[in-house]
Design a protein around this ligand. Sequence first.
Ligand code: ATP
Ligand code: TZE
Ligand code: MG
Length: 252
Amino acid sequence: MNGAPGFDAAFAATALDRLRARVPRVHCLTNAVAQSFTANVLLALGAIPSMTIAPEEVPAFTAGADALLVNLGTLDDTRRRAIPLALDVAAAAGKPWVLDPVFVDRSPVRCDLARDLLARSPTLLRVNAAELAALTGGREARAAGRVLAARIALTGAVDEVSDGRRSLRLDNGHPLMGKVTATGCAGGAVLAAFLAVEPDPLLAAAAGLAVFGIAGEIAGAQARGPGSFVPAFLDALHALDAEIIAARLRAG
Ligand SMILES: Nc1ncnc2c1ncn2[C@@H]1O[C@H](COP(=O)(O)OP(=O)(O)OP(=O)(O)O)[C@@H](O)[C@H]1O
Ligand SMILES: Cc1ncsc1CCO
Ligand SMILES: [Mg+2]
């Protein structure tokens, strides 16, 4: 059963159309590994990336952005200073933001910081299973949403979105997505772009994960391996349309 009334292939396609018409800018405070791929993914999707992490410039970049991504993958001093500055601006302006607490399962210091950032109420928390378990002590996504009082996009072989009240599983994607670094990180930026054009965070997350997963499975079917997957993925994102989404979406 579809646990998110209002979400289907037509909704996802319309959300993508709205995104391409609006061309939102996503300011990405993301890790050094993910920066270039994330910017290219946003462009292929139909959004605009901005990537500076300089603390003295981040407030102005955030003030003019349509959404913000905060990714903790390489948490150095510069990023540590930039993040609260960006969040102050985003909160004052009511801008949507995504928290991607990369590798909180590997570092207690980072896990503490992520909990502090969760207290600032991200519009969406994007995590893999290990990260969610570190943050919550291993609850399933819907219960974790209640505990963290957060809307969650949980990724893996099957993705799940939940806001503690509604939940939905998305079963698109391809195993090669896990063989290219920072796919999840770039996916977080895609979710931020959808939050910029869809006010219901759960529906925005579902549309973003659907588009990302469908592009991934098209690219996975064409690629010879991780190397050729990357250009095929950018091409598939760029070419995605309502017909392709309707033919391929697996959600419920
Ligand atoms: N085995 C798989 N089959 C289908 N899709 C997958 C598979 N593994 C990952 N994906 C997809 O890849 C994307 C990234 O998910 P994943 O859970 O690997 O992120 P992550 O662990 O945060 O990655 P990273 O930190 O490297 O960016 C998601 O859209 C997910 O659906
Ligand atoms: C490999 C890696 N290390 C820190 S961030 C990152 C990208 C995947 O999350
Ligand atoms: Mg990740």
